[in-house]
Design a protein around this ligand. Sequence first.
Ligand code: KG4
Ligand code: ZN
Length: 340
Amino acid sequence: MKEDVYILAIESSCDETAASVVKNGRTILSNIISSQIQLHTIYGGVVPEIASRKHIEKINQVIEAALDEAKMELEQMTAIAVTYGPGLVGALLVGVAEAKAIAYGAKKPLIGVHHIEGHVSANFIEHPDLEPPFVCLIVSGGHTHLVIVKDYGEFEIIGRTKDDAAGEAFDKVARAVGLGYPGGPKIDKAAKEGNPHAIEFPRGKVDGAPYDFSFSGLKSCVLNYINHAKMLGEEICVPDLVASFQNSVVDSLVSRAVSAAKEFGYLKLAIAGGVASNTALRAGMEAACRKEGLSFYYPSPVFCTDNAAMIGVAGYYEWLKGNVSGWDLNAVPNLKLGER
Ligand code: KG4
Ligand code: ZN
């Protein structure tokens, strides 16, 4: 009988300090997330310095809680996995240094995990039937990528944003209309009361690159709309405005993801990253996939935004491939997808 593999995973790339114990790559025994969102809200965005300091304060308790919830001891772990990029360098360093210390002290292998590979792997948690290859749309605060997941941890990028990431656009528009930070969930909620067809905003296109995204033109249109209304002394209907903005983003994301799956001949389409928890995006994807005969996969919201369970899943597949990191593992803030 094969021995069970237990991964203790650590994530600290942005404003969540998280730890998780994952069994055999697909079963989550614990998933502890200490969010700093409240702390950063007053500044309207993540303050890197504050994020690093908060990680160092919380990380030991979070790891202890993850082992406790899993009812396991550090000695029982097979390996320690940690996000080493991309992300905020100071924030990443806290997780990487912690993982190295634990792995070295407990004589366990260390596995550096790519944060975006983690987001994609979140889909494996609740879909035991899902295996590569499939097409995945990754939409987070820092990334918007359309990829073919060729195998575990192997990606072919077929489209990316030319300017803002989808989550960044949500955050900037939310700030402009005074909804606060983080913008995505606030817009998602406010848009439910609005008419998505009230204002016809453009769908950003990139000439000669049918699978690339662009959101800066849309963002400028929204800002111009707000300034114009202010100049005329007209009141803005925030729910209509954000519902129309969200509709434009969702349209761009759904149309490209579905046509990519069709053109490249894949029947499975998944979404990942913080924006993947957006209810309009999930509904739009679901409807388009049903129409085109594609199977649609998406993680629960808790596995869409930053968490360590997804890092444990990705870490397991890296472990199976023998991708163990050296003691010189460092934080790589601009780590590219597909790089190790
Ligand atoms: O994946 P994530 O937690 O962190 C990064 O790796 O960037 O994504 C955070 C992003 C933020 O921009 C946030 O506004 C967005 O995901 N987000 C959403 C929703 N929930 C989070 N965007 C749209 N709708 C949501 N429900
Ligand atoms: Zn993330």
